[in-house]
Design a protein around this ligand. Structure first.
Ligand code: HSE
Length: 321
């Protein structure tokens, strides 16, 4: 049995727990051993928790359990996620995360710490929710020189822009609607000002080009001043407005931008609507590839989180032989 812990039992953490229960049999077959959640760390009180016996408020309970070999960090934000991740890696536990901000800011350092401690730090879920993109870049496209990577990296803003276009409503009105539906956060600045897309394009350029671009060096423009008029104009000209994250290799340097762009209807990105994301990768042998799927939400994101858990679990099983 491979024991894991989940720290942060929000949308992604709880959905990851659900996968381990619902798909336990098929995961066991694919890994060659069972994966069991042994502890769940969260400082909140839960009235209705699926596994109250696993709950603890104290991260040290994970650190003090030598049978736990993999930690899912689904707290989000920099702190205490950074501190806990570092401690887990240094304590010989692999860490899997959906935390794009942490990966964008400290991913390189945490990967180095993981290597030094002969464990893994994996982050498939940090970009594109359930869309496979980090592993395809690292493995399936590894023979290529990647020349450009771009796409719709934020589900909330794509939902807002889609509704503004389809229903001709103003930004503030649709944002309120997105908040009520639980898509946008109550403080949606990270989404609408483009910070979230900056974290994601920074991670993609690190993985694709081997060069990380500091967040402050990414030219960033959100969707907060896109008007219904702008959307109408784009429509009249045969296009749609999308918030695009873009990273390009120019004379050996990586240039990253996040900005609303008018996308012609002939471009496959133009039909990516609602909370869906799509990422285009150009490689010097493969040509153009596109990855599409649900960019946000617990179930889709937990699929990516668990793919990393399964990769590490398979390595653990292989190392026993
Ligand atoms: N707030 C993010 C989005 C969640 O809307 O895309 C997934 O990273």
């Amino acid at each position: 049995m491979i024991n894991i812990a989940i720290i942060g039992f929000g949308i992604v953490g709880s959905a990851s727990y659900d996968v381990t229960i619902q798909n336990a049999g098929l995961i066991e077959k694919r890994v060659g051993d069972s994966i069991k959640v042994k502890k769940i760390v969260d400082i909140r009180e839960f009235d209705d928790h699926p596994a109250p016996e696993l709950l603890t408020k104290n991260f040290e309970d994970v650190m003090n359990d030598p049978t736990i070999s993999i930690v899912i960090e689904s707290i989000g934000g920099l702190n205490p996620a950074y501190k806990f991740t570092k401690a887990a890696l240094m304590g010989g536990k692999s860490v899997v995360t959906s935390n794009k901000e942490l990966v964008a800011v400290h991913g390189k350092e945490l990967t180095e710490i993981a290597k030094q401690n002969k464990v893994s730090y994996l982050f498939e879920a940090s970009v594109g929710g359930g869309i496979p993109i980090i592993r395809p870049l690292k493995q399936c496209l590894a023979a290529n020189e990647i020349t450009e990577i771009y796409g719709i990296l934020n589900g909330t803003t794509n939902y807002i822009l889609t509704k503004m276009r389809e229903e001709g409503r103003p930004f503030a009105d649709v944002l309120k609607d997105a908040q009520e539906k639980g898509y946008a956060e109550l403080n949606p600045a990270a989404d609408i000002e483009g910070h979230d897309a900056c974290w994601k394009i920074s991670i993609l350029s690190w993985v694709a080009f081997g060069k990380s671009v500091e967040i402050e060096n990414i030219s960033r423009k959100g969707i907060d001043d896109v008007t219904a008029e702008d959307i109408k104009k784009a429509k009249a000209g045969g296009g749609v407005i999308k918030l695009i994250g873009r990273a390009k290799l120019l004379d050996g340097e990586v240039q990253c931008t996040v900005a609303p762009e008018v996308i012609p209807l002939s471009d496959p990105l133009a039909i990516v609507d609602g909370v869906f994301n799509a990422i285009v990768v150009r490689g010097n042998f493969v040509g153009e590839t596109m990855f599409y799927g649900q960019g946000a939400g617990g179930r889709a994101t937990s699929s990516a989180v668990m793919s990393d858990v399964i990769e590490i679990a398979r390595n653990i099983v292989a190392s026993r032989k």
